[in-house]
Design a protein around this ligand. Structure first.
Ligand code: C5P
Length: 211
């Protein structure tokens, strides 16, 4: 089964909760990043707790090991179940995120390659492959790879094997749902769902990948 993860980049707290509630029966996790946390605070986690869905903190953590540790401790203390971190800061910094996550019985995912057009400027030429290798060596739970480039997902799969691959970029960024769903463990969808007139119905439509 391929998971469907809602990227809840909704700024208004009440609206975010409403969207999450309407999508909840059709999704496997909710990804929350800076847009919602900066507008609503970390306590948004409490508003979503009743949904009993895993919450992924997409903070793309990218600092020295000690600061990464402080960030990840705050993430898991707030009630998140997983964190997304960058690997380009080096194995020591990335490993810190993994260690904190595992100490809290959570998960840590490393960004191997991003999904927007500009990502090719730095992630190509072997960098994404190196980051995927780093994710494996740091014992991360998986990587983030671009739904906009299925060929790149396949290449990164060769490196990470059975580790999870979660993939944003379907819909608004142009990635094709069915193509990507066959290659990854989870598809991350934001705008195509939360900007729809009926987010719940749209989530249900996307949830065909869970069968
Ligand atoms: O709205 P959309 O479906 O494009 O949302 C994709 C989400 O995934 C956004 O929160 C974006 O920041 C995030 N993301 C991404 N590409 C990555 C990593 C994260 O689009 N490589």
């Amino acid at each position: 089964m391929t998971e469907l993860i809602l990227s809840l980049d909704v700024l208004d707290r009440k609206e975010a909760v409403k969207v999450a509630e309407s999508c909840a029966p059709f999704i496997d996790a909710i990804k929350i990043g800076y847009p919602l946390v900066l507008s609503s605070g970390l306590s948004i986690v409490e508003d979503l707790a009743d949904l009993a869905l895993p919450l992924i903190a997409d903070f793309k953590v990218a600092d020295i090991p000690n600061t990464n540790r402080l960030i990840c401790e705050a993430v898991f203390s707030a009630g998140f179940d997983a964190v997304i971190a960058h690997g380009f800061v080096g194995a020591d910094a990335a490993r810190t995120c993994v260690e904190v996550a595992h100490r809290h019985s959570g998960a840590a995912y490393i960004v191997a390659e991003m999904s927007h057009p500009g990502a090719t400027e730095f992630f190509h030429g072997g960098v994404a492959e190196n980051l995927a290798e780093l994710a494996v060596s740091c014992r991360a739970d998986g990587i983030i790879a671009p739904a906009t480039r299925p060929d790149r997902i396949s290449r990164l799969r060769e490196i990470v094997g059975s580790k999870a691959i979660y993939s944003p970029g379907v819909g608004a960024q142009g990635g094709d749902l069915d193509t990507v769903a066959r290659l990854v463990d989870g598809v991350i969808v934001g705008r195509s769902i939360y900007e729809a007139e009926n987010p719940g119905a749209e989530a249900e439509r996307f949830s065909r990948i869970r069968r």
